[in-house]
Design a binder for this molecule. Structure first.
Ligand SMILES: CC(C)(COP(=O)(O)OP(=O)(O)OC[C@H]1O[C@@H](n2cnc3c(N)ncnc32)[C@H](O)[C@@H]1OP(=O)(O)O)[C@@H](O)C(=O)NCCC(=O)NCCS
Length: 168
C-alpha cells in the first residue's frame, strides 16, 4: 500500500470514492476532513497546510490517501500533535475504507502503518475513538493492540462512543 497526501490531480478518484459511499447509503466519509462539502482545491491546500505548518489548536496532522495498484482504497488521518484534551475527545487516528474494498484486511494494515508513523513522531501512546456498535472498527483497533479505557453516551445521536488506547 502507498500512503501519500492528496494532490490536485486526485479530484476524480476522490469524487468516485465519495460517490461510492453515498451509493452505499453512507453520508459521512470517515477521515476526510470535510472533503464532500469543500471546494476541492481549497481542501487539498488545507490538508497540505495541516501537514506542514499545522493549526494553532490541532497542531500538525496528516491525511493520507491509501492506494493500491487498483486505485484509492481508503483515507487515513493521523493527528500526531493533538493536545491531550482533544486527543481524548476525538482520537489521534481516523480511517475509512471504500465499501467495495472492505473485509480484506486493509483497515488493519492502515492502522498498523499509522501507529508506525506515530511512533516515529515520538508519541508513546495513541487514543482512538469508535462507536460501540461499529464492530468492524472495534475489531480493527483490537487487532492492533487497542485496550478499551472509557465510554460515554452521545446524547445527540443516542450512540455510545468508546475510547481505546494503544501503547507504542
Ligand atoms: C471500519 C472499517 C474501516 C473497517 O475496514 P476493513 O478494511 O473492512 O477492516 P479489515 O478488513 O481490516 O477488518 C478488521 C476486522 O474487522 C472485522 N470486520 C470487518 N467488517 C465487519 C463487520 N461488518 N462486522 C463485524 N466485524 C467486521 C474483520 O473480520 C476483521 O476482524 P478479524 O480479522 O478478527 O476477522 C470499514 O468498515 C469502514 O470504512 N467503515 C466506515 C468508516 C468507519 O467506520 N471508520 C472508522 C471510524 S471509528
Amino acid at each position: 500500500m502507498i500512503y501519500r497526501l492528496p494532490e490536485v490531480g486526485d479530484e476524480a478518484a476522490l469524487a468516485a470514492y465519495v460517490r461510492e459511499h453515498h451509493d452505499n447509503g453512507e453520508t459521512s466519509i470517515s477521515a476526510s476532513l470535510g472533503l464532500s462539502s469543500s471546494d476541492y482545491a481549497e481542501w487539498v491546500e488545507k490538508i497540505r497546510r495541516n501537514a506542514s505548518v499545522g493549526d494553532d489548536e490541532w497542531g500538525r496532522s496528516l491525511l493520507y490517501l491509501c492506494l493500491e495498484e487498483t486505485g484509492l482504497i481508503g483515507l487515513l488521518s493521523i493527528r500526531f500533535e493533538l493536545p491531550a484534551s482533544l486527543s481524548e475527545k476525538y482520537g489521534d487516528i481516523g480511517y475509512g475504507v471504500r465499501p467495495s474494498e472492505r473485509c480484506r484486511g486493509y483497515a488493519t494494515e492502515m492502522l498498523r502503518y499509522a501507529l508506525s508513523v506515530c511512533r516515529e513522531k515520538g508519541m508513546s501512546k495513541v487514543v482512538l475513538g469508535c462507536y460501540k456498535d461499529n464492530l468492524a472498527s472495534a475489531a480493527t483497533i483490537r487487532k492492533n493492540g487497542g485496550v478499551l479505557f472509557a465510554e460515554n453516551e452521545k446524547y445527540k445521536a443516542g450512540r455510545i462512543s468508546q475510547y481505546y488506547s494503544i501503547a507504542l
